[in-house]
Design a protein. Structure first.
Lengths: 263, 182
């Protein structure tokens, strides 16, 4: 409080306050009061320091107003014309040109050892690489397009062949069966003779697999003959249709065959 | 790695904000053991190749700035007008602070700047938001050191020369400027 009043070098307010505090301290008997007193002393010493500062600057010959005027002169103020602005009235009159601070700016760097701002001479690297990159990208895209097209084609082919393979095999076996039967119409073929491949167990299994398709589709029949051995014969086309309409008797035959038996 | 650090420092210095050791470790060096050796070598390169000095302005927090070690060249400077004008304002502020005993209250500073038609509340034709320029940009670049005055309410601040100002110029030079203007 009353800071400004105390700062005034002409006043003794600060001294008076200190003396009063001294007197009051005699009456202190609580710690809290002593703390307040200490706080007061801190503030008082701060004010005292400021006062000392003010004193110093008043004794020096530096007059900031005069300095400001000199700066304005340096910046090229024209005091004959009066600037029409709504500035407050304590601003000195005169017209400050628009390049005032530029004038100052010309003078100022001479006093600073400032590192020049670093700039890349070539700018950021954008000039060349993009062009070849685009070409490369276009080529790559073209290649990829072809490759992709090739791939689905290939895949499709594979899938087709996969399916085809089985179907083809089945058809092939059917044809073989039919051919045999044509040659020998009334003798069904022994199942085992038909499917077993003496050289390859795997192939035998495959043959059985294909034959099962024929059976499933009703294109061939398996029956048991007099010796309880399975025989296979192709079904006649007409006969097949009849059977279908009858929701017919389709027997299932489960055959187990392992390598030893096969041998 | 030394040349990487040199480039890093040069780019970082563009805005004139001090460079922290943590930034150097994170982006370039990656090893605290080799740190001081690399920094020393980078400093030598900067001095020999560019004539720039790498100065540590805060030994506790390890922040650095780059200053120009070459003697000042005569003639016109090629740098942009905006930067030069800011330096003009800075020079004026620094000389004021110096002549007022190296430390001024913010109220005193703005009172002085008002005389030069520079107002904290008003958008300046050249500087724009002057208050921000002075209290924010100049302070963060370490040209000015702004500290609050204790036990003031509302808080008042005192303005002093910042470490970058101390390195980039001298009181003798500023005095020459003041004398020149008179």
């Amino acid at each position: 409080e009353n800071r400004e009043a105390m700062l005034n070098s002409k006043s003794n307010r600060l001294t008076e306050a200190l003396e009063e505090a001294n007197k009051l301290f005699d009456g202190v008997c609580r710690a809290r009061e002593a703390a307040l007193d200490a706080q007061f002393l801190v503030i008082a010493s701060n004010i005292g320091k400021e006062k000392a500062n003010e004193l110093h600057s008043e004794m020096s010959a530096f007059d900031s107003t005069a300095f400001a005027e000199d700066l304005l002169t340096f910046m090229g103020i024209n005091r004959t014309e009066v600037e029409e602005t709504d500035d407050s009235e304590d601003v000195p009159g005169g017209f400050l040109p628009s390049d005032a601070w530029q004038t100052m700016g010309e003078e100022a760097p001479k006093y600073f050892r400032r590192a020049p701002t670093f700039h890349y001479m070539m700018g950021s690297f954008k000039s060349e690489p993009p062009v070849p990159k685009q070409r490369i990208e276009r080529q790559k895209k073209a290649n990829r397009g072809k490759a992709e097209r090739a791939m689905p084609a290939q895949l499709k082919k594979m899938e087709e062949s996969h399916q085809e393979a089985t179907e083809k095999e089945v058809e092939r076996i059917l044809r073989i069966l039919q051919t045999h039967f044509e040659n020998d119409p009334n003798t069904p073929i022994s199942f085992f003779d038909f499917v077993i491949d003496p050289n390859s167990f795997a192939h035998t299994v495959e043959n059985m697999f294909h034959v099962s398709f024929l059976i499933r589709d009703g294109l061939a029949k398996i029956k048991l003959d007099e010796d309880e051995l399975p025989i296979i014969e192709p079904t006649k086309p007409s006969g097949r249709r009849e059977e279908d309409s009858r929701a017919g008797a389709r027997n299932q035959v489960i055959i187990s065959l392992d390598q030893r038996e096969w041998k | 790695q030394v040349s990487e650090l040199v480039q890093f420092l040069l780019v970082k210095d563009q805005k004139k904000m001090p460079i922290k050791r943590t930034e150097m470790l994170k982006n370039v060096i990656h090893s605290t053991a080799a740190y001081s050796e690399i920094v020393n070598r980078a400093g030598r390169t900067l001095q020999e190749v560019f004539g720039l000095q790498l100065v540590e302005i805060d030994t506790k927090r390890h922040t650095y700035i780059l200053i120009n070690n070459l003697p000042r060249a005569e003639g016109q400077y090629l740098c942009r007008d905006k930067e030069k004008e800011k330096m003009g304002l800075l020079l004026v502020i620094l000389s004021f602070i110096f002549m007022k005993g190296n430390s001024v209250k913010d109220s005193a500073l703005w009172e002085f700047l008002n005389l030069l038609r520079v107002y904290p509340g008003k958008q300046h034709r050249v500087f724009g938001d002057v208050r921000k320029l002075v209290t924010d940009e100049f302070a963060r670049q370490k040209y000015l050191e702004i500290t609050p005055i204790p036990l003031t309410d509302p808080t008042e601040f005192k303005y002093q020369w910042g470490p970058r100002a101390e390195k980039e110029t001298s009181r003798k030079d500023v005095l020459k400027f003041v004398a020149k203007v008179r």
